[in-house]
Design a protein around this ligand. Structure first.
Ligand code: PPE
Length: 316
């Protein structure tokens, strides 16, 4: 991965290579962490974080779902993030805040192990490749089912839960596909290993509902609004696996991936990116780069980079 100069760790801006944790940190052993994936874009009004408040809210909610008490407010984390981007001299970057149970106590009910927070930012290109964004990717329905609400919390963005995504992604990558699509326990379509999914048939768009066993993606919400604002019919409903094979268009969306068409699923051809996928992609791009005034409230302006060469311990 591409490094930046500083990582924010528990109130301090520390040099990238010096941001460390104890090997007995609770989160490392049990996956007791919650995180976000956010992007900052160098748009019309300068560097701006896309839907920053919505991501921070989800971080706070994920923490609440797993009984992790955040030692910083979302406002403090938000301000630290903007300052971190400026100090690193970045204009376009991925943002990864992580709150995890740290070092101090082992075992499953380790209330006295402190919750630690870090924020990292770094340049991260197209998650599923530039070519995938343009021509579509090949996906495979995973033999692994998406985590169920009976045993975990699909709506939380929690570290341990990603073992499920990693199993699916590893299987599909080893089989030569770019992405995995996970079904839920009942066999209905959920999402990609790190993206939500949309299916287009006869001009109508369908996506699993917010209450499905999915991560309720912020890109998903944005795409739903964009499509509805464009006068396209969109329904949130259960999707059968077979609908993937007979779709006119399928696309995935997420912060890291953005909007990515799918051209083939389980070796069933879907074809080159269609009109709806291309519209979602281009309107989303206008929104993230500040070229769509109707979505300007989605942007949190960071300000111009002001690189700092000496490490400092300024807390936020
Ligand atoms: N589902 C899952 C399972 C998921 O991980 C993501 C984000 C989404 C849906 C889309 O959510 P949103 O980013 O709010 O639109 N996946 C993150 C990548 C995970 C990784 O570290 O790799 C992301 O896009 O940041």
């Amino acid at each position: 991965m591409e490094k930046a100069e500083y990582i924010w760790q528990s109130g301090e801006f520390v040099p990238w290579d010096e941001a460390r944790v104890h090997v007995l940190s609770h989160g490392l052993h049990y996956g007791t962490g919650v995180f976000e994936g956010i992007r900052c874009y160098d748009g019309e009004q300068g560097p701006a974080i896309f839907r920053h408040a919505d991501h921070l809210r989800r971080l706070e909610e994920s923490a609440r779902m797993y009984c992790l008490e955040l030692p910083y407010s979302v406002d403090e984390i938000g301000e630290a993030t903007r300052e971190l981007i400026r100090r690193n001299g970045l204009r376009d970057c991925y943002i990864r805040p992580l709150a995890f149970r740290g070092y101090g106590e082992m075992g499953l009910f380790a209330k006295s192990a402190p919750v630690e927070v870090i924020i990292a930012v770094w340049p991260w290109g197209a998650y599923l490749g530039d070519d995938g964004k343009k021509h579509g990717i090949r996906a495979k329905v995973s033999s692994w089912r998406r985590i169920s609400p009976a045993s975990s919390i699909p709506h939380a963005k929690a570290s341990g839960q990603y073992l499920n995504s990693i199993l699916a992604k590893t299987e599909s990558a080893n089989a030569g596909y770019e992405e995995a699509i996970l079904l839920d326990e009942r066999g209905f379509v959920c999402e990609g290993s790190g993206e939500n999914i949309f299916v287009v048939k006869d001009g109508r768009v369908s996506t699993p509902p917010q209450v499905a066993a999915i991560l309720d993606g912020i890109t998903r919400k944005s795409v739903i609004q964009i499509l509805r604002d464009s006068g396209i019919e969109l329904v949130e409903r259960d999707l059968a696996r077979s609908e993937l094979y007979t779709a006119d268009e399928v696309f995935l969306c997420g912060t890291a991936a953005e909007v990515v068409p799918v051209r083939e699923i389980d070796d069933h051809p879907i074809g080159e990116p269609g009109e709806v996928s291309k519209l979602a992609q281009s309107r989303f791009e206008e929104a993230i780069y500040g070229r769509a005034p109707e979505y300007s409230e989605w942007l949190d302006l960071v300000g111009e980079p002001s690189p700092v060469t000496e490490p400092s311990t300024v807390s936020s």
